[in-house]
Structure formats: C-alpha cells, structure tokens
Design a protein. Sequence first.
Lengths: 443, 436
Amino acid sequence: MADIQKGRLAADRLTDNFTDLHPPMSAHEALVEADRCYFCYDAPCMQACPTGIDIPLFIRQIATENPNGSAKTILEANIMGGMCARVCPTETLCEEVCVREEAEGKPVKIGQLQRYATDHLMKTVSDHPFERAPDTGKRVAVIGAGPAGLSCAHRLSMYGHSVTIFEAREKPGGLNEFGIAAYKSTDGFAAKEVDFILEIGGIEIRYETPLGEAVSLDELTAGYDAVFLGMGLPGVNDLGLDGDDADGCIDAVEYIAELRQTDDLGKLEVGRNVAVIGGGMTAIDIATQIKLLGAENVTIFYRRGQESMNASDYEQEVAQTNGVTIRHWLQPRSLEVSEGAISAITLEYTSGSNGSLKGTGETVTVPADQVFKAIGQSPASLLLEEAGLQLEKGRISVDKNRRTSNPKVWAGGDCVAGGEDLTVVSVEDGKLAAEDIHRALSA
Amino acid sequence: MADISAEFLGIKSPNPFWLASAPPTDKAYNVERAFEAGWGGVVWKTLGEAGPPVVNVNGPRYGAIWGADRRLLGLNNIELITDRDLEINLKEITEVKKRWPDRAMIVSLMVPCEEEPWKKILERVAETGADGVELNFGCPHGMSERGMGSAVGQVPEYIQMVSEWCKLHSDLPVIVKLTPNITDVRYPARAAKAGGADAVSLINTINSIVSIDLDNMAPNPTIDGKGTHGGYCGPAVKPIALNMVGEIARDPETVGMPISGIGGITTWRDAAEYIALGCGNVQVCTAAMTYGFKIVQEMMAGLSNWMDEKGYASIEDFRGMAMPNVTDWQYLNLNYVTKAKINQDLCIKCGRCHIACEDTSHQAITNLVDGKRRFEVIDEECVGCNLCVNVCPVEDCITMEQLHEGVDPRTKQPVDQPYANWTTHPNNPSVKEAAE
C-alpha cells in the first residue's frame, strides 16, 4: 500500500520551508556588495548575460544610491529583470565570469543586486518606467503569455504597435507562474511582474485560447501584421515503461504547477519514499520541493554522470542541502505497481563514455510511493509542422533575429531550436523578435 | 627585536605614536584608556585662558567622506578647543602624568595673541609636570575668527613673536603646530625657528567643506540649516601633509629642525613614511577616532616587524633616509626609462588598465590578443606613466620595469644614456640662454 499523505508537515513548517531561498538584500547589504564591483571594461558579466544587461552600470547606480535608475538600466535590457534576478542560474552566467570570481572565488552577487534594484523600483515607483510610442496602427499576435511572449509584447508596445496575446491557460506568466520553484518566486511575484509589464498599455491578453484549438496560425497571419510564437513546450516526455499511468507516477511539471497554484500546501499529496527521474532543473525543483513538503526519502536518479547534469552545481547543492540524494548512472527499467499504485521502481546501472550510454544488466529496486518524471518537455511538433514551419528536432527553426521560415512569423523561448530553456533566454528571444518585427513593420 | 622607543626634544616615549591634540585627548578618562592601550604619548587637547570656557555647537560637529564599503577616508570637524574648565584640565594633566611617567605629556595651548595671557598659561602648565607645550596656530575654524589658531599661523611674524614669548616664559620644549592653510608652509616654519621654537608639528587640519546636503541645500555638518567650513583630516590629507613635511625638512633654513609628523597616519607604514622623511615622531587622531585606541597595537607591531626585516635597530636608524631623495622636478633623470608590465598569472581581466590608458592616456594596453580578452602593454606606446598600476585592483599585478639596455621602442633612443635632467636638456630655453 503506497504511503501517500497530505500535510506531512505542520502548516508553519511548510510556510517556513517555502519562504524566499535568498531573502532580499537590505539597503546596507546592497551598498556593501555594490562596492565590490570593479566597473570592468567590456565587462565579462555583461557578455555572459543573455539579455546583455549593463551590469557594471546598474551596480554603480546602486552604489551611488540611485536604485530606481539602476532598475531602469536593467529593465531596458530585460523587462523581466525582477524574475531573472530570482531564477537565473547566475552561477553559470554573469557570476561565473565575474572577475572577482577569478580574483577571490567570490563573485559580486549580481543576481541579488539586480533583485534589490528591481524590487526597489516596483515598490517605490508607481508610474511605469517606459513610455509607449504613439499608436502605429500595426497589430501583432503573440502566442503565449510566458517570458518570451510578454517580453516581445512589451517591446512591441513600446514602439507603438498593438499586441494581442493568445494564452492557452487561464492565467498569464507561463513557467514563471506555473513552473519556477515556489521558494524562488514568493509572494505572487510572477503575477505582480506581469501586471507591471502590462502597465505599458497596448497589450490585450485572451485567455484559454490555445493555438491549434481556439485559433490557428493561418487565421493569425491573415488577421495580424505579424505573429510571434512563444508557446513553450506543451508536452512532457514519458518514461516509456509499463505503469507510466499508474497512481503515483507523476508528471513533475504538472505537480509543480499545482504546487505553485495551491493556496494550501497541506493539501498536496506527498509520498514517504520518492523517486525523481531526470537530471535537469525540473528534477532538482521537484525533488527539493517534495522534500520540503515532508517526503522522507527523496532520490534523484540520473542515467549519466554528475558532469552531464543540466542542473547547475549550485542547484544540485540546494537539493542536497535540503536532504535530497542524487544518484548517477541509473536508468529506470520497470515500475512495480500494486493495487493500481506505484510501490517501487527498478533501475538498471549504466555506463558510458563519449555520449554513448548502455545498460550493464545489473539492476536495483527501490521502494517508491511516488515517481516523478522530469526527463524533459516536448514541443508541439505536429501542430507546428502542420502550420508549415520549418523545424529542427521538433522545435521551430529561427534565424538570429528569431524569424521563422514563414516571413510573417517570429518565434522564441523554449519552443525554438537551439535555446537553453532559461527564462532569461526566452526574454531575450522575445526582445530580439520584437526589434525585428518592428523593423519589418516600419520598412 | 627593534627598539621602537622615541626621543623627541629630549622627551622620551616608549614608541613614536602620540595622540594629537583633539577630542581623544580632552580628558583624563580618554587619555588613560589610550595609555592602557599602549600609546606613547599625548598632546592634551588645546587649553584656552582662564575664565568661562568656549562653547561648542550642540548639533553635529563632524562630516566625512568615504571610500568603498564606507571606509572613512576623510573627516572634518567644527569642534573648538577644550570646552572644559581650565582648572579641571590642569588637575587631570598633573594626575595623569604622575600615574604614567614614562609617557609623553604635551599640552596644547591657544590664548589671545598678547604676551601676558601666554605667560600666565605657561606658568600654570609648568606646575603640571608636563613634558612640553605645543602652540596651536592651526585650528582653522571658530578660534581663527577670534584672532587665534590659524589666524596666527598664517602670519609668520606672529608665530615668531609668540614663540619668543613662550621661550622667554617657560623652560619647557616648545613645539609650534603649523596650519596647512597657507601658500608656502616654509615661511611659518622659518618664523618658528627664528622665534626660538624647538620644533614644528604639522599639519593641522585643512579648511574644508566636506559635502553639501542636497536635501537641506547646506554644507555638512548642518546646524539648523547652516554649515561652515571645518578642519579636514584623515587618510585623505596624508599626501598633502607629507609634502609639507618634506618641504620643511629640506629647506636649508630649517633643515635639522625637529618635526612631529601629523596627517592621516592610520597604519605603521604611514608612520614609517613620516619618519623616513625626517619626523622624530608622529601624531595620530582620525585613525583612533575611527577604530578606537587599539589600533596602536598594529602600529607598534608593524613598525617593529618592518624594522627587524630591514635591520633597523632603532627609529634613528632610518629616520630621514628618504629626505635626500625628495628633489625638484628639474633634477629628475630624463634618461630613466620604464615600461608597465602586466603579470598575466595575477591579471583578473577587469580591463581597467586598458580603458584608463585607451580613453585617457596613451593607448598602450590591448584588450584583445588573437581575438581573446587579454591585456598586454604595447611598449611602442607606453610612456611609463604608472596610471595602469594605480587603477589595477590587484596588488603587484602591474609593475613598472626599468629598461636597462637596447632602445626604447617608443622613442627609438638608447636607454643606457647617463643621468641627465631638464636643467641641461636642449629643449630648455634657459639652457640655450646660458650657452650664449
């Protein structure tokens, strides 16, 4: 009998467990940290930022007690600077290349400073920091109110174009709202940020209008001057094992969305023994959160070695510090199901080098009340193919300006090929596409 | 172990670190804490004449500027001389000196510029057992408007006159404390010598407005909406003070006159620098007011360690050693050629050397080599100015290296030419004149 319960921890413990991973910096902390920045020439951090934020400048603006000016510097390059400050894997981006990492092994805390500045602006300034240009009369359709779509919409609106966003869900924000680990985006920040972005005006969102169902790409290209696709990855990869549909075998993305939307963490079902399959950020996020919800034994199983994991070292450490075990070189072989529910998972040891991977034949069976699938999400390839777009491994092919094979259609975010599936990359995609759409519409 | 004891005008102290006349030396409580911490001596905060004491403002009296991480770099103040009763001060000076006979006890004085008040106060000081007096001719605010402090220090004739009175009416060693708020500090030093003073101490604080409060639109510190200039001190003033010490130390008219160095001394190294320029001891204030009296322990240990490393057995062993090397620009060797060199192992690639050189100087540092971020000196362009060294955040990463042989890639001139300076340079018009 699977040991699954709700409310394994008392309500106050749950609240504690899901507060901010990094509490926001105080003004004093921000000033001390900002003073550490060397204001480098052609700063490596800036080069490493997918959105090219002028990091030395925004930090200098914090140091000179101009946090709102600092926030504007950030938001000019990245309208989701607030969320990116919370969720960016800075340890593999700006902070990894900070010269103080090279000098002392202690980079300037760029992410936390960015949060300080953007929070300051959102708390103290009521007027939106950017102005919308006079209406151009041009209309652009955007699919998806996630990071890519919102970023694109905001930039287009700044140029005076009118934007209609078609969103499949009942709420905006995309993965910021439904996917990010709860302790990285507390106090409904994702929703607040969307409200902030919409303050620019000229953006309408139509909810529960998924592409391919409520609206077709043909209709959009006919009815609008340009179309931007930022619908993310709607599907989730299956393990391909018998028992995939048994109780307790759970899609991690779906569970996290439920976790993010619930008003009572005590209502979530939590197993005693939990297995997580995968090696990316989703695996880390689900493992850490299920542990924080009170699961007793949580193990991530990854089929390759530690060096191949997509999750950064830092993220792995967060999971491990919270009591999650990470085991490498093990791939799922079969699910044990009793009375319609998962009871254990059998994994096969693997070995491999230079990308090839093979099972050794040796297996191990571990008890599992819940098995979370976190082995990646899949694009809406069929839909996209039918729409006549050129694809690459099932994702949309785009050029450097994020233009697709259809001259009226641009795309960005997780649904395009070659990206890194990061919020900050999606924001940049949306921005670049908007710039190119603007050029096309102004021509 | 090096002997760091100092003797100044015959006044012995276990180390050369005295506390300058200032708030830290205003009363027995502070001074005894200082002696307990290890300070070698104090100059008691300036006494005025008998009668109702001066009054201070009741609002803020200090302002500051800060470096990174709010490190205090410069402090200014609008405090006056002691606002305690003269009799209490004299009584405490007597008691403290009795309890701490091995520490130097100097009394700072400022009375109206007439012979009688000076005679009177000197008689009272003599009764305390103090080791000497320091004449406060430097205080730039409040007292100067009453014809005292820097109002005296800015008029060499007055300095000479008061010095003469003091030597006439007291057997105690007389130190004249000089104001930097003057065009040429050598004149007041010469006047002090002419008046028979035994030594000079410098610098007193510099006239300053430390900042403007942009909300109140008034200088800081702001008293009820107004501010005034105050005396500036702390690490920021050390370069100004060192230059003034150097000017007096090498002035033929005052050469050999004992100097007590003051101005921004914060570490043992600062102190050693003043002593290397010829000072017999140093006086400290801002560092103590920033960190407390304990910092003297770093100063003592640091000076002693350095002296051991260098093989100096006593302060006198290195005192004044840098003085002969202070010269005028015209005597600098124009045939001495250096180039900056960047240690690539230490370089953290911040690029500040590049942008400083590229934007503001000689375009002599790369930012890319073979398409990679790399900072290297271009010897053909480098004039050896040292700006890159100064802006580099890593100590010893960029060094200035002398060229010993071959030609300077910039000037194409051989670098092994003998010493030659401006006085003999062909471009110097006065040389041409002399030749004719």
